[in-house]
Design a protein around this ligand. Structure first.
Ligand code: NI
Length: 165
């Protein structure tokens, strides 16, 4: 296992769109182990392959208090999202030193595959749903500040951009 360097804003590679994982082989298994090690070492809640300069649809998450419940999602897709959005604070290992309030869908349904190649199909809400949305955004080259709708939190005096879909 190895710690992987995390790309930081404004590195343009963070805006690449990831391609689907073609096979859950030894290379992907090693990548998953390295991503989990890197995420825990950095005290992160989630890490997308994009952030370590691998442009394939793979994310790792751990939203547990004890940091002992890793969730690995290969080829994740958000297949449904509730119309209601809630605002919550986010940070990102690729945007160090900044926090921002981002509106996210309160409930989502997501699919993907686990490291054994078994399909996953789950409904999540609240913080879990927020983290999945944040990490899936990385896979399409979006960082959370691009989802911020209220720029007053950064000292601007008015909202500058309309809400994104
Ligand atoms: Ni992030």
């Amino acid at each position: 296992m190895a710690l992987l360097p995390i790309l930081c804003f404004p590195d343009p590679r963070l805006h690449k769109v990831a391609q689907p994982v073609q096979a859950v082989d030894a290379r992907i298994q090693a990548l998953i182990a390295d991503m989990l090690e890197t995420m825990y070492d950095a005290h992160g809640i989630g890490l997308a392959a994009t952030q370590i300069d691998v442009h394939e649809r793979l994310i790792v998450i751990d939203v547990s208090e004890e940091r002992d419940q890793p969730l690995v999602l290969i080829n994740p897709e958000i297949t449904w999202s509730s119309p209601d959005r809630h605002k919550g604070e986010e940070g990102c290992l690729s945007v160090p030193g900044l926090r921002g309030v981002v509106p996210r869908h309160q409930r989502i349904r997501y699919t993907g595959f686990d490291p054994q190649g078994q399909p996953i199909d789950r409904v999540a809400e609240g913080f879990h749903a927020r983290v999945v949305q944040h990490e899936c955004d990385h896979l399409i080259g979006k960082l959370y500040p691009m989802r911020v709708t209220d720029f007053t939190q950064f000292g601007f005096t008015e909202v500058l951009f309309p809400e994104l879909d």
